[in-house]
Design a protein around this ligand. Structure first.
Ligand code: FMN
Length: 399
């Protein structure tokens, strides 16, 4: 039986060649919000490795929303062209390409992770000296290690929602196939959802219905600019460390689906520093969230979090826990993860996942070694019953 993991799936008008997705991961490589050759090289590796969909990292809709000075931006038209180059390159290699849109709110303005993730003093200005002010739903700090944001005025909330829409328009111009809204991990959208971060007394604060309003307004504004035939993902912390529960997420997921979200990307945590909440981090630790949201909210889901092996990923989709699997650090370790997994799982035409300049030769390599592609990697001498090809296939000129 062909693995479901490597079967195509359609999301609105977008057809993914398989269900393996590169999870959004900040590469901390931009300057002043601009994408450059480092991004091009970084994302091209994932696409040529056979992923179905490659998400670019949390790209900020507002300079104030940058986590670090090296975040990517989409708050200006001039960001479109270098992103368009990346999108085109990823698509040329057979993968679809998505972009995560985000705003860090009260968690913005930090040093790089490997420089300690410390608050940056003052307002150094991420973008040619524009003020880099911490803003949030309320003037409540994330933790004692974070500075207190300024509470957004109602008119500023309207303006921010508009910025999400404008970023989506730019994503469309840059040729992206999918958008994901970063609605989890303690960032701005999640801050509005959380009664811990959101103490507002207006229509954006108080009961769950009000706290969901910002997320919904963002989705509706994006949907106004984002083509009907293109899918919209929403990443949520299905449970967080500050009282947000699975039941809340089910209500949110149902509402988002009605507003035009196609896939819920099921993550967790990020609201406080102290404890994570949820199960201990381990093999497939968030898959259960994807399963429950899929079942209870009747929406497509993406599972993420220490999905490491092909057979693990296959079980997730085959058992109906999720429609898609997203991998983060595995892709940093091995950008050819899908190609590798497809070979090990015996997928017919596995080498076709790579561009011909690579796949053609890898297919020869597998056969020359006398190992069937289906058993490739299962054992050095796993050639039991494999056809013994003479080294130097007819028609295959050795490089
Ligand atoms: C270097 C790095 C950067 C990340 N950046 C983002 C990001 O931009 N947006 C986001 O939603 N999650 C981000 N994450 C979280 C990943 O998308 C993913 O959810 C997490 O790493 C768990 O998956 P994994 O175990 O396969 O790595 C990042 C993770 C890493 C390791």
């Amino acid at each position: 039986m062909e693995p479901l993991l490597f079967s195509a799936i359609e999301l609105r008008g977008l057809r993914l060649r398989n269900r393996v997705v590169v999870s959004p991961m900040l590469s901390y490589s931009a300057t002043g919000g601009h994408a450059n050759d480092e991004h091009l090289a970084h994302y091209a590796r994932f696409a040529t490795g056979g992923a179905g969909l490659v998400f670019l990292e949390a790209t900020k809709i507002d300079p104030r929303g940058c986590s670090t000075a090296r975040d990517l931006g989409l708050w200006k038209d001039e960001f479109v062209e270098p992103l368009a180059r990346i999108a085109a390159l990823v698509k040329r290699s057979g993968a679809a390409v998505g972009i995560q849109l985000s705003h860090s709110g009260r968690k913005a303005r930090r040093s790089l992770p490997w420089e300690g993730n410390e608050p940056l003093a003052g307002c150094p200005g991420v973008d040619h000296g524009e003020p880099w002010e911490l803003v949030g739903p309320s003037a409540v700090a994330h933790s004692p290690k974070y500075e207190t944001p300024r509470e957004l005025a109602p008119a500023e909330i309207d303006e921010l929602i508009e910025r999400w829409g404008q970023a989506a328009e730019r994503a469309q111009r840059a040729g992206f196939d999918a958008i994901e809204i970063q609605g989890g991990h303690g960032y701005l959208v999640h801050q509005f959802l959380s009664p811990v971060a959101n103490r507002r007394r207006d229509e954006y604060g108080g009961p769950l219905e009000n706290r969901m309003r910002f997320a919904l307004d963002v989705v509706r504004r994006i949907r106004r600019s984002w083509p009907r035939e293109k899918p919209l993902f929403f990443r949520m912390s299905v449970v967080d460390d500050a009282g947000w529960t699975l039941d809340d997420s089910v209500v949110l997921a149902r509402t988002l689906k009605e507003a035009g979200v196609d896939v819920i990307d099921c993550s967790s945590g990020g609201m406080l520093d102290a404890v994570r909440g949820g199960p201990p981090i381990g093999y497939g630790y968030q898959v259960e969230y994807a399963r429950r949201i899929r079942e209870l909210a009747d929406v497509r889901t993406m599972a993420v979090g220490l999905i490491v092996h092909g057979d693990q990923a296959e079980t997730i989709v085959r058992e109906g826990s999720a429609d898609l699997v997203a991998l983060g650090r595995e892709f940093l370790h091995n950008p050819n993860w899908p190609l590798d997994a497809a070979q090990k799982m015996g997928v017919a035409g596995a080498f076709g996942l790579a561009p011909a300049r690579v796949g053609f030769w890898l297919e020869k390599r597998a056969r020359v070694r006398g190992v069937r592609p289906s058993t490739w990697g299962r054992g050095i001498d796993g050639d039991e019953g494999a056809p013994r090809e003479p080294a130097g296939e007819p028609g295959a000129k050795r490089p």
